[in-house]
Design a protein around this ligand. Structure first.
Ligand code: HEC
Ligand code: HEC
Ligand code: HEC
Ligand code: HEC
Ligand code: HEC
Ligand code: HEC
Length: 500
């Protein structure tokens, strides 16, 4: 091994560029990696049809961030080098990058290999990032800790296999950009930890249903009558079962003909519009039905609403006005407990357990996620001190703790009390927001289909053997607690278990 050659006079004579230093060189590689990732992600973003705002965060925020960091290092290195050179004009410049210096050459080769590796890895990294950022895991857990309640409830719904982005982002340039800006905004709110608790609903800039729901479900598809059994248990000592078996008239008409029945609202010949006073769209004083072909319109209003609604607040009714909780339903405490009783996990041997379990879940004292299990256990234990029941208590407590964890999120302030479900009319106004006999046209015409048999028929009701005799014509609803005052709406009394 011979000694390294002395620096050649010609090179030594040329003044060293300030960019010629290791910090700038590393910065250059980092910047190249960032730039490369940016082009790669931007290309994926443009070429791929499935638009995703979180990919946008990486493309337009993280990758340029890396690029800028690299550039800062390039120029910072040059600046430091300049200061160093002025101060140490006399000392030998041994950190100069110089191919004619053997030791330097070895370092440069090693550096070159590392740089190539880094850029290669950044390509791989951005590819992985691309895939990861569109996964449900990412939406629900990593970026969107804030959305944990939606993530938890989503996993038990009909759409558990449908990715969040299918409904929340969809495709199309305009909404894509909106979602992207929104996504960035959300990222900042998450980092600053100042997002709303609960996250506000309805989502203002959600994609129109034609671009999301109707990609998978088409309104013309004939669904006919759907049978649903609503299994309840009363708050009496025996936890008496009460079930309504119903046929819901989703479409009444023959396949292929215009929609009639519940899905009439999304038919192609008529358009339903409405105006809601409140942000949650619960209080609807005005609506209009327009025949799309002839342009003739019918306006319904409640007596107390005079004047015209603000034009920018009129909403065209679509799937989401009824199916507003298609993927992440927050069941009421009442419904969650009844499901567990029906499944036999909460024991009906415990007197009044229906009421006790609902009360345990809705105690005002529960304020954090962590103290819920003990408070639930203490509450239930205190009610069942009888030794004869001891065997039933632990399993029931465990089940109530479990359903609480899946449906009520005290720290996020998220549960059914803030997320109304508009599909029915028992616990929230739902259909009765419009179908309530109070909306009339100028000529006093009421909204059709507001009597009990127009949306559904009860084919059997009660318990046990009573449910086996079906009536095709439909039964008059036998309210388990006696006939309520006709002036009252179901949701005036039923609220899912909120304690007053
Ligand atoms: C089948 C379609 C669909 C899927 C899949 C879906 N959502 Fe939603 N989501 C909606 C609709 C519709 C709303 C708006 C409700 C409204 O406007 O009243 C909504 C609202 C929200 C809200 C606002 C708060 C609320 O609960 O109303 C959040 C947060 C949310 N979704 C997160 C998620 C996350 C996270 C995922 C995936 C784990 C997901 N969503 C999957 C349709 C969907
Ligand atoms: C990517 C496809 C996809 C999209 C987008 C989608 N869904 Fe679904 N939907 C499904 C699948 C799959 C099922 C489950 C079918 C099953 O379980 O048999 C389903 C089931 C349903 C059901 C039946 C629910 C139940 O409990 O059985 C309703 C109602 C529904 N979707 C409404 C909507 C609405 C409203 C939207 C738009 C906000 C929407 N879907 C968007 C695929 C989709
Ligand atoms: C007026 C309210 C309303 C509107 C608007 C509405 N639906 Fe429905 N839909 C219902 C009701 C009620 C049911 C019966 C099932 C239930 O109660 O959950 C239902 C049932 C369904 C089902 C289940 C059918 C089955 O075979 O299980 C799907 C899917 C569905 N709707 C999709 C949609 C889509 C997509 C749109 C928009 C194009 C839409 N709905 C608009 C009220 C509505
Ligand atoms: C925003 C107001 C609004 C909401 C909410 C609403 N509807 Fe309607 N619905 C209407 C209007 C308006 C009509 C047509 C009334 C008329 O022309 O007399 C109608 C008509 C109907 C019809 C008759 C369709 C036919 O075949 O002629 C049915 C059935 C119906 N609605 C069921 C429901 C159900 C079920 C819900 C709840 C899941 C619901 N509606 C929610 C406004 C609404
Ligand atoms: C505008 C349409 C409409 C009208 C009018 C209507 N319902 Fe309903 N009803 C529904 C829908 C939709 C559901 C299903 C909700 C769901 O899927 O959770 C329902 C559900 C029910 C249930 C089962 C609820 C449960 O959780 O057990 C009962 C009972 C019921 N209706 C009784 C009545 C009675 C009594 C009347 C007359 C005062 C009436 N309905 C009028 C649309 C209607
Ligand atoms: C005056 C208040 C009041 C009104 C109005 C009312 N209910 Fe009830 N309902 C009760 C009470 C009280 C019970 C018994 C609760 C229990 O035992 O847990 C009950 C029980 C029920 C049950 C069985 C148990 C349960 O908790 O689900 C159903 C289903 C039901 N009502 C449906 C309806 C429907 C549908 C309407 C509207 C058409 C309605 N109720 C209107 C007070 C009312």
């Amino acid at each position: 091994m011979s000694d390294p050659l002395p620096p050649s006079p010609s090179v030594a004579a040329k003044p060293r560029s300030h960019f010629n230093n290791w910090i700038s060189a590393i910065g250059g590689v980092v910047a190249a990696g960032g730039l490369f990732s940016f082009f790669f992600l931007a290309w994926m973003d443009l070429v791929k049809g499935d638009k995703n705002p979180y990919l946008g965060i990486f493309t337009y925020l993280v990758a340029p961030g890396v690029l800028i960091m690299g550039l800062v290092a390039v120029f910072g290195g040059a600046w430091m080098q300049r200061r160093w050179a002025i101060k140490h004009a006399a000392t030998p410049d041994k950190w100069r990058l110089d191919f004619s210096n053997r030791a330097q050459r070895q370092r440069l080769v090693a550096f070159g290999v590392c740089a190539a590796l880094f850029i290669g890895l950044s390509a791989f990294g951005s590819f992985q990032t691309y895939h990861y950022s569109e996964s449900t895991q990412f939406c629900g857990q990593v970026c969107h800790q804030a959305m944990n309640p939606e993530f938890v409830t989503y996993q038990r719904g009909a759409h558990a296999r449908v990715a969040c982005v299918e409904c929340h982002v969809g495709s199309g340039a305009e909404h894509f950009i909106k979602a992207k800006i929104n996504g960035t905004h959300q990222l900042i709110a998450t980092i600053l930890d100042n997002y709303n608790r609960p996250i506000a609903t309805p989502v203002k800039n959600l994609r129109p249903a034609q671009d999301t729901c109707e990609k998978c479900h088409w309104p013309e598809k004939f669904a006919g009558n759907i049978q649903v059994d609503y299994e309840h248990f009363l708050s009496d000592k025996k936890n008496t079962a009460y079930t309504a078996r119903m046929l819901l008239h989703v479409n009444k008409s023959a396949p292929g003909s215009p929609l009639g029945g519940i899905h009439w609202h999304v038919n192609t010949t008529e358009r339903v519009e409405y105006y809601a006073i409140d942000d949650k769209r619960q209080d609807i004083p005005w609506m209009r039905v327009t025949n799309v072909k002839t342009g003739t319109a019918k306006v319904f209003r409640v007596d107390s609403f005079k004047g015209e609604p603000p034009a920018d607040r009129i909403r065209v009714m679509d799937c989401i006005d009824c199916h507003n909780r298609p993927a992440h339903v927050f069941p009421t405490a009442n419904d969650a407990v009844e499901k567990s009783i029906a499944a036999g996990v909460i024991s009906t041997k415990l007197p009044n357990i229906k009421r006790v379990a609902v009360q345990a879940m809705t105690q005002k004292e529960i304020t954090t996620d962590a103290d819920a299990p003990t408070k639930i256990a203490d509450f239930i234990k205190a009610k069942y001190t009888d030794a004869a029941l001891a065997a039933e208590v632990p399993g029931t407590i465990a089940e109530v703790q479990r359903i609480f964890g899946l449906t009520i999120f005290p720290e996020r302030k998220a549960d059914w009390r803030v997320y109304p479900n508009n599909i029915g009319h028992k616990d929230w106004p739902g259909c009765f927001r419009c179908h309530d006999d109070k909306h009339k046209t100028a000529s006093n015409e009421k909204v059709r289909s507001s009597d009990c048999n127009s949306c559904h028929v009860i084919i059997a009701q009660g318990k046990g053997a009573e449910l086996e005799t079906l009536s095709a014509k439909g039964l008059k609803f036998k309210h388990p607690d006696g006939e309520p005052d006709a002036e009252l709406s179901c949701s005036d009394c039923h609220n899912g278990g909120i304690q007053k």
